[in-house]
Design a protein around this ligand. Structure first.
Ligand SMILES: Nc1ncnc2c1ncn2[C@@H]1O[C@H](COP(=O)(O)OP(=O)(O)OP(=O)(O)O)[C@@H](O)[C@H]1O
Length: 442
């Protein structure tokens, strides 16, 4: 189905943090949808079902549906506004060391891919992925005092099987022939992923190239039977690792940007053959996603059924727990889609009630930690020797003096502010180094 000239698109965000500054009331055409955004109460969407509504299976007895969201974006909203309102706060929290997920849910052709990836024709139509990459690299470049690394992975889940969109064999093989991505859990119940490549991207350009490569591979894999964009879930992940120079504390965080399969496929009746199989898989995975979301919103729930589907298993640490999750529900304003729009809104409202306790992902880099402990150990040994050993009074050899010069040079030019000039308990060496430093600074 393609968008006709009169079709209008509307995007709704059911984000968890209503901080919108703008406030406006828009009466949309057809008198069917009206949108209000208020700074204090957030956004609301009114759907009035016309009495003569014949299409779909909307119950005509009820004529008015009102949904509240953190924000509601009408079809005039630019991609930049969507980025600033939805993705930027999540990107900021990822930079602070928290995990983040943004996913787009909605019926086919309602604008999920447009929102997450962007439109193909104009630069201003860039979606959340390229804008977020650009923002993250800009921020990382500004913080030149931080050491960071970024990695990208891109995966597709089709018929409950996951594939690596960045696998280099993608160009020659069909998606179905590639090794399947396997998701398991370790003893601590952390999700482990096999057969998914994770590529380092040192610059925005490198990261964008990986994004384009994944998208191209997705298109190559499409056949008339497997129109992947509509029938698969796509997960673009940015992995970030940051550390201050000299610090042994690493902050690891990741941002999943998820373009879900068209939700209407799940409810279409009269399908047969492979279409029916696909619909069943989509139906089941979106149903499990919903079940997990509902379970997360219930207080005192001890078991969350993440393992029921690949999607929820993969997003285990990205829906509940240690993550900031934002859902964008996209609606198509075509009159015939009112039933789908209502069902999308209901789904989005259930997602909006999740309250996550986001936890900072800090850990110690074992290599740096060992180096630091060795240094401390050496210092302690030297201090001990200083008070227990006898001092020598013979002259330093030529070799010893040269070695000390090298040590002083290395100390002076090391960018690490915590670097230590370790000389041992020998007072002759300490005095010699002071003389060298005096010469350098005279
Ligand atoms: N906000 C928008 N402004 C302009 N064009 C849009 C907008 N949203 C979507 N479109 C256009 O509508 C068409 C369908 O959008 P898109 O492919 O993003 O839908 P989708 O929900 O991802 O569909 P599918 O489930 O098939 O992947 C595309 O041609 C896209 O460029």
């Amino acid at each position: 189905m393609s968008i006709t000239a009169e079709a209008r698109l509307l995007q709704i965000s059911a984000a968890s943090n209503p901080s919108s500054k703008w406030e406006r009331v828009i009466k949309l055409e057809q008198g069917v949808y009206s949108v209000k955004n208020k700074e204090k109460t957030g956004g609301s969407l009114d759907i009035r079902v016309p009495k003569d509504q014949a299409e779909g299976f909307v119950n005509n007895k009820r004529e008015r549906y009102k949904f509240r969201f953190c924000k509601v974006f009408d079809q005039e909203t630019t991609q930049e506004e969507i980025f600033e309102n939805i993705a930027l706060p999540v990107a900021d929290s990822v930079l602070d060391g928290y995990n983040g997920t943004i996913f787009a849910y909605g019926q086919t052709d309602s604008g999920k891919t447009f929102t997450i990836s962007g439109g193909p024709e104009r630069y201003i139509d860039r979606g959340i992925i390229p804008r977020t990459l650009s923002y993250l690299f800009q921020r990382l470049d500004q913080e030149s005092n931080m050491i960071y690394s970024t990695h990208i992975s891109y995966m597709e889940i089709y018929n409950e099987t996951a594939y690596d969109l960045l696998d280099s064999r993608n160009e020659e093989s069909r998606l179905e022939d590639l090794p399947k991505v396997v998701i398991t859990e370790d003893a601590e119940q952390n999700v482990q992923i096999r057969n998914l490549s994770c590529h380092q991207a040192a610059t925005e350009e490198e990261a964008l190239n990986l994004f384009f490569l994944g998208d191209t591979n997705r298109v190559i894999a499409e056949t008339p039977v497997n129109h992947a964009s509509t029938r698969s879930h796509c997960i673009f992940t940015i992995h970030l690792c940051r550390r201050e120079p000299g610090s042994a504390t690493l902050r690891r965080s990741k941002l999943h940007l998820v373009d879900l399969a068209g939700s209407d496929r799940a409810s279409k009746t009269g399908l047969s053959g492979h279409l029916l199989t696909e619909a069943k898989y989509i139906n089941v995975s979106l149903l499990y996603l919903e079940q997990v979301i509902i379970a997360l919103s219930e207080m005192n729930r001890t078991h969350i059924p993440y393992r029921n589907s690949l999607l929820t298993f993969l997003l285990k640490d990205s829906l509940g727990g240690n993550c900031m999750t934002t859902m964008i529900a996209t609606l198509s304003l075509d009159k015939g889609n009112i039933d789908e729009s209502i069902s999308t809104c209901r789904y989005a409202q259930r997602v909006a009630v999740i309250k996550n306790e986001a936890v900072l992902n800090e850990e110690l880099d074992p290599v740096l930690l060992i180096a630091r402990l060795k240094r401390e150990n050496q210092l302690l040994k030297e201090q001990l020797a200083m008070v227990t050993e006898e001092q020598r009074d013979d002259k330093l050899t030529m070799e010893e003096s040269q070695k000390l010069e090298e040590l002083v040079k290395a100390f002076l030019y090391d960018p690490d502010p915590d670097v230590v000039l370790s000389l041992g308990p020998d007072m002759r060496k300490i005095q010699h180094c002071f003389s060298l430093l005096k010469v350098t600074y005279d």
